[in-house]
Design a binder for this molecule. Structure first.
Ligand code: NDP
Ligand code: PYC
Length: 351
């Protein structure tokens, strides 16, 4: 049986997000930054990091652990390093506050690192690197999460789902962007499968006794697997190290222990590296950006697609036609809005 769906304009999706976040007590600038990244995720049909994430945000706020009025503090640590202490708030506003200084440093030094500390992180990482490539930078973002993923050869959760996102600037095209978890799939995907009553593809997870499972509920109780076996495992370790001990913040195991079974979003650090090709290349910039285009053409020339192509197409469609989510999700979201009938702007499409 097909699940009934609800379509919202991007404006309605944004209003709904803002209502939920503000009703949960989140301060204005945080609510705006969080809503923007969530609506962008839904707009690009990244369902595991779209409107569905509002449920996790509201729960995290209700635990009392997220600082609803956090004031990020910027620390100009070194010529190429800026640190932002997110003060236990959500990450998007801390990113917004710190990124301009990181870009200024990248412009003068050629490369810069933005380390965000003590943040609750829940979003897709492409939203952080794509805008940097649109301004001419190459960028890489890394973040741990909660210990949900077994190392290759192991059976017990240790790593986070630890995404890596990379963006490269293109003069006449959307940036080249990839962004994926170093686990075989994002945990959000497994949660969406559980909600929809669908089995997982094989090879994604183990049950609590260490046996392979395609049951999403068992996978959530057991351990997720890394992508590409030992290769994903090593990359995941790298993410833990660079966005953990290197920046004096928690690894996924510590983030999970810090949560103390409250089920809030992971709290830890994030590392964003920004490289300015114009500083690396000077007058050779144009020639080398053209060589990069040759590489992209050669990929597409084999009828392969570039990462983010699907996402950019979804974006165009959503700008035209709005976003569509399952009705049960919509109803769960509307239920998070306090007294919706008294609030202007929250579209009431309940059946
Ligand atoms: P996927 O395994 O779906 O991989 C996504 C990436 O691969 C996208 O860049 C996608 O582009 C690209 N891609 C997919 N299929 C192809 C193809 N056939 N050819 C070329 N490129 C392709 O993603 P995950 O489930 O691993 O992660 C999903 C999201 O979850 C990410 O945005 C990640 O940031 C987020 N996440 C966030 C975490 C956090 O702690 N904040 C933790 C873990 C994940 P396209 O989008 O165009 O399909
Ligand atoms: O989907 O794995 C995930 C995830 C973890 C934190 C935010 N998203």
């Amino acid at each position: 049986m097909m699940t009934e769906e609800v379509t919202l304009t991007l404006g309605e999706a944004s209003d709904l997000s803002l209502h939920i976040l503000r009703d949960a007590g989140l301060a204005g600038k945080h609510a705006e930054a969080v809503a923007a990244v969530i609506v962008a995720g839904q707009r690009d049909e990244c369902h595991s990091h779209g409107l569905y994430r509002l449920i996790g945000c509201a729960h995290s706020l209700a635990t009392g652990r997220v600082n609803k009025t956090a004031r990020p503090k910027i620390n100009d640590t070194a010529p190429s390093i800026v640190k932002v202490d997110a003060d236990y708030g959500f990450s998007p506003y801390a990113y917004n506050e710190g990124i301009a200084l990181a870009l200024a440093k990248a412009r003068s030094q050629g490369l810069a690192a933005l380390a965000i500390n003590r943040c609750y992180h829940f979003s897709a990482l492409w939203a952080e690197v794509e805008p940097l490539a649109e301004q001419g930078f190459a960028a890489l973002a890394l973040t741990p999460s909660h210990s949900w993923v077994a190392p290759a050869g192991g059976t017990r959760p240790l790593f986070g789902t630890n995404p890596i996102a990379f963006a490269w600037p293109r003069a006449d095209n959307h940036p080249f962007v990839f962004d994926f978890a170093t686990s075989a799939t994002a945990r959000g995907e497994i949660e969406l499968h559980r909600r929809a009553g669908k089995s997982l593809a094989p090879g994604l997870a183990l049950d609590p006794s260490g046996r392979p499972t395609v049951d999403p509920a068992e996978a959530l109780r057991g351990a997720m697997l890394t992508f590409g076996g030992h290769k994903g495992s090593a990359l995941s370790t790298m993410v833990e190290l660079l966005a953990g001990p290197l920046i004096d913040d928690m690894i996924s195991l510590e983030s999970k222990a810090f949560d103390n079974e409250l089920g809030a979003m992971p709290c830890h650090g994030e590392l964003i590296l920004v490289l300015d090709p114009s500083v690396f290349l000077g007058e050779a910039l144009g020639k080398n950006l053209a060589r990069a285009e040759m590489l992209f053409d050669a990929i597409i020339g084999q009828d392969a697609r570039l990462p983010s192509q699907r996402r950019y197409e979804a974006r165009l469609n959503s700008l035209r036609a709005g976003v569509t989510i399952p009705r049960p999700l919509y109803e769960e979201l509307v239920a998070l809005v306090k007294a919706p009938s008294e609030k202007a702007g929250a579209p009431d499409r309940r059946g």
